[in-house]
Design a protein around this ligand. Sequence first.
Ligand SMILES: [Fe+2]
Ligand SMILES: [Fe+2]
Length: 306
Amino acid sequence: MASTLQAYGYEETLAASEKVAWRLDDLLGPQHRLDFQKPFLPETLARVRPLDFLSEGEQLRLNQIRGHGYLYMFGLVEEFILPFVLDHCRQGVAENHDRTRAFLQFAGEEAKHIELFRRFRREFEAGFPHPCEVIGPPEAVAEKVLGHHPLAVAITILHIEWMTQRHWVEAVQDDQDLDPRFKNLLKHHWLEEAQHAKLDTLMIQELALGCDSEELDQAVQEYLEIGAFLDQGLAQQVEFDLAALQLTTGRVLKEAEAQRLREIQHQANRWTFLGSGMSHPQFLATLESLKASFRKQLEQVAPAFC
Ligand SMILES: [Fe+2]
Ligand SMILES: [Fe+2]
């Protein structure tokens, strides 16, 4: 896998961010409606087709339930990304004006995304026959994650930023079957997230400067602990999705079918939120730049989440 570490700068990242900026009203409103006749997520993330005991219509419903959970998860993680970026920004406020502006832009975009995903959820709930329960609450997840070493949190955020890039580039952008409205949300999110991945790389480099070898090891260990914590949430989310599917379709699955759904959907969620970030070439390149052994360490862990 290619893994050249790229160099980024605050000034050009800020310029790129200002160029692609969009307003919530550009994406939301009565002229943009979700089409519940179409899938929301690409099959590589949804993995509903292997569930051959579900009809096509039931698979479509599950895909949409996963789409709902997908954007909810982004909102959930952005609730801890936002305060973390603001805290990091404040530490160097007097030193570099471009840095301050770039991190404030980053934080402002995440605040906007949180609102985007909240409004999406309200619209989804208005058009979907039954409520879909979700994990959380976001404040509790944020408290747990932010209790870790700052470098561990920054590594987790970098994982999330590259994961978002990968989903759009590899799975969503060329999929012509998806609901165009949902796809448009993902596209606009991706446009701004592209800068976040660069800024987070810079943030990691700044944080790592103050760490000795043992502290770096500790940070990577804690990143894996945050991943394990999120994985427990994903298993719980699968239970909620199973309940929502049964409620919406009016069908109670046999125990063997429910178990198969749990296994396949948990792994689908693992790939979506854990494996696709952890194995991203740019993510691995950044970790390797901190210490050569980190790449191997993560490459050994990643297959369980793919
Ligand atoms: Fe975002
Ligand atoms: Fe982001």
